[in-house]
Write a protein that binds this ligand. Structure first.
Ligand SMILES: N[C@@H](CCC(=O)N[C@@H](CS)C(=O)NCC(=O)O)C(=O)O
Length: 171
């Protein structure tokens, strides 16, 4: 059975859990307690040297990076698709999804928060203003795409839901 290294507050793991549930793929969760720093333990770093969740164990292989895991699941379990058939629309859906996955979410995780608080000595208000700045840019880009791009995004219409899976964000 697939093993998903996960944490209940991890947004990037939420993506993978939603996709596994949409596809009806059973998996065993393995909890990595990020509040006590378990992601930095030697045991976990052996699994994922980046010290981040999610990680998906498939037999002897470990897949890291939530978007790679989503692509793996889509290819391995093509039933209940996350991506539309049309190649142009697939590209659009990936572009939309990456605004959240690649541009917004990486700025709002523990290691960044700790660095800003402990190494840069930034106050809570400063940290919040910094993230809000980038979050607004990301959401503005998404809104522009939804208003002006292909009218077939699931957010607007009938395509499968990769864009929605990636849209789960914690602000
Ligand atoms: N690009 C990675 C990001 C993974 C990531 O940032 N995971 C966060 C939880 S959502 C994490 O493990 N944070 C631990 C830390 O910052 O120390 C992905 O999409 O999988």
């Amino acid at each position: 059975m697939l093993k998903l290294y996960t944490y209940y507050r991890s947004v990037s793991t939420h993506r993978v859990r939603i996709a596994l549930n949409i596809k009806g793929v059973p998996y065993e969760p393995v909890f990595v307690d990020q509040d006590s720093g378990q992601q930095h333990s030697a045991e976990y770093l052996e699994l994922n040297p980046q010290g981040l969740v999610p990680a998906l164990r498939v037999g002897n292989q470990v897949i890291t990076q939530s978007f790679s895991i989503l692509e793996y699941l889509e290819e391995r379990y093509p039933e209940r698709r996350l991506l539309p058939d049309d190649v142009h629309l697939r590209a659009q859906v990936r572009s939309f999804s990456q605004i959240a996955v690649a541009d917004m979410h990486p700025l709002n995780i523990l290691r960044v928060f700790h660095y800003m608080r402990d190494d840069m000595a930034l106050a809570k208000d400063q940290r919040r203003a910094w993230y809000e700045h980038w979050a607004h840019k990301g959401f503005a880009a998404m809104e522009w795409m939804l208003a002006n791009g292909e009218q077939h995004f699931y957010a607007l219409g009938a395509a499968p839901p990769l864009a929605e899976v990636c849209l789960v964000l914690k602000v």
